[in-house]
Design a protein around this ligand. Structure first.
Ligand SMILES: *Cc1c(COP(=O)(O)O)cnc(C)c1O
Length: 400
């Protein structure tokens, strides 16, 4: 079946812009290597062998297609009809491997020997280390010292998978410094290494590339939903940190008249530092090499952020989300820390699925929405499984 995707073919433009958002704001030394990645991607994304190789990896290694599941018990309880796209069943337990395998395949085709990236909570690092092992590439993950202590199980996993961890000791010793450190390391050897970004963020071509690689979520789900119900869903929703699982599932529905809700972490309050709802409270600005909507402090620098889910506490958002929201194609949903934990327990108890705290945000919003739209069918991106979160949840939100 020929896919009709006029939106995806037109956005971003050749310079990586979604309206006024996106682009590339990088040091001069990075311009050449990044434009080489862009050219290679444009060529390979139309190459039959590349497409076929990726298809086989998804089928035989990742275990795709992941199913969609009609959450009957939750639907009965809250009203409406809630369906889950089960990215938690993708190999390594989250959607991130979708673009990491593709980025690594791209690196392999370019003759690179090494993958370099930053990681915050360690999820991207683990997915990339997995891809590196599969392709026999070296893998170097830059991680703040604070995060190394906080996310120790992921550090262990990366080591077992054969990745080298570079501990970053500058500044606040978290994600921002890790990004700088990874860029520096990449600049020293652009010939042999490839920079692999963790979401639909960063300078052009990363937001486009990662979206295209993640769009497999949406195209699978659209076909599966049609087969299961004979119609398209009325509403599709996903949590948004950088926004890759959301862009992945939205991609297949942008040209349809399906409502799209991007769910942002409302954390524990509406003051700066209590949430990471960039689209809701942010303003236009440039950070990490792209123009988007971001949260700023009083000095107009990136603001401190908070979410109970460490995969979505980012002070900006992918430029395509900023664009789609600015033209009214997507709506924003909000979900607090407490609501996310409640949804985490609800899905575990009612359906036997323990979701990631990130994914719990989308589910919590879907349940709120379903109560008010009982005749609608809702498709939720269940971006990952919750094994990584169980100790935290049971310690901080014990069941009585
Ligand atoms: C990293 C992560 C996210 C957030 O990333 P996006 O790019 O916003 O999708 C969401 N869910 C899970 C399970 C994650 O690991």
């Amino acid at each position: 079946m020929q896919r009709q995707k006029p939106y995806l073919d037109s956005f971003p433009d050749v310079n990586g812009y979604f309206g006024k958002f996106g682009g590339s704001f990088i040091p001069a030394e990075l311009e050449k290597p990044f434009s080489q990645i862009n050219e290679a991607y444009n060529k390979l994304s139309k190459d039959f062998n590349f497409i076929n190789e990726l298809k086989n990896i998804r089928k035989y290694y990742q275990g795709r297609p992941t199913p969609i599941y009609y959450a009957k018990n939750i639907s009965n309880k809250v009203g409406g009809n809630i369906y889950l796209k089960r990215e938690d069943l993708n190999h390594t337990g989250a959607h991130k491997l979708n673009h990491c395998m593709a980025e690594a395949l791209l690196a392999k085709h370019l003759g690179k020997k090494k993958l370099i990236a930053e990681t915050g909570a360690g999820q991207h690092g683990v997915a990339l280390a997995t891809a590196a092992a599969y392709f026999g590439l070296e893998c170097e993950i830059h991680m703040g010292e604070v995060d190394i202590k906080k996310e120790y199980p992921n550090v262990v996993k990366m080591k077992i998978l054969g990745a080298k961890i570079v501990a970053v000791t500058k500044g606040l010793k978290t994600l921002k410094e890790a990004v700088d450190s990874a860029f520096e390391a990449y600049l020293k050897d652009t010939e042999n290494s490839m920079f692999a970004i963790g979401s639909v963020v960063g300078p052009h071509p990363f937001p486009k590339m990662v979206r295209d690689f993640q769009s497999v979520i949406g195209f699978e789900a659209r076909e599966q939903f049609l087969e299961m119900t004979g119609k398209l869903p009325d509403m599709v929703t996903a949590c948004v940190g950088g926004g890759s699982n959301a862009m992945g599932i939205f991609s297949a529905f942008i040209d349809d008249s399906v409502k799209l809700y991007a769910v942002e972490p409302a954390g524990k309050g509406d003051k700066i530092g209590e949430h990471s709802a960039s689209l809701t409270y942010g303003e236009e600005g440039i950070m990490h090499g792209f123009n988007s909507i971001m949260l700023k402090n009083e000095n107009k620098e990136p603001a401190p952020v908070h979410s109970i889910a460490s995969g979505i506490d980012y002070p900006s958002v992918g430029p395509e989300h900023a664009y789609l929201n600015s033209i009214g194609r997507t709506n924003i949903g909000l979900c607090s820390d407490d609501e996310a934990v409640e949804a985490f327990y609800t899905l575990s108890r009612l359906e036997g699925i323990i979701p990631a705290l990130e994914s719990s945000h989308a589910l919590a919003f879907a349940m709120k929405y379903a109560k008010e739209h009982k005749d609608e069918s809702i498709l939720v991106s269940l971006s990952g499984r919750g094994d990584k979160d169980i100790d935290f949840v049971i310690e901080n939100y014990p069941l009585v």
